[in-house]
Design a protein around this ligand. Sequence first.
Ligand code: ZN
Length: 202
Amino acid sequence: MRWLTDIEAGKVLCLHCRKLHPLSCRTCGRCGSALHQRRPHAIALSWSFSIASMIFLVPANLLPMMIVISFVGKDPATIMDGIIYFFQSGSYGIALVIFVASVFVPVFKVTVLIYLLLIVHFKWHERARFGLRLYRVIHFIGKWSMLDIFVVALMVGLVQFKGLATIVTGPAAIAFAMVVIMTMLATESFDTRLMFDTQNQT
Ligand SMILES: [Zn+2]
């Protein structure tokens, strides 16, 4: 299947106010923004942020997410320790929320981003429509990515309220926040139109 792209139609879209202009225009006549056929450096930025998020995934999962300080001493716990703890104590719902928000979603987002970049790189134009659907999914779930930070905050509040122990957040929380920020930047800097441009280069 072939699609007529804006470049073939001799048009350029303003990404800020969505007005279409002739290809020769350099500045938007309506909002004054600079016009680009495609987001500048979209591929390089998206690759960089995706690779950075992959690197941050390692400490986010291996370092302690929270440290429980009680009268028996300090007990650091990684995300996986937390999931196993809640699963074993019968809180399947909380275990599932933490697993989905902390492990499944970040890994899924990074995998999709790499897949989208590979579609552009290898000119898999027949996969562009599927790629766009995946892009919509990761764009939508982006705003829910910090969910498990709220779960940790809730647990810290509960435990401290009962006076059982003191919980402080561990270094994995910062690494995890970096994963979220990097995947969001990678998603925002990617230009989905690049996937459809590849049809003309084969
Ligand atoms: Zn504009």
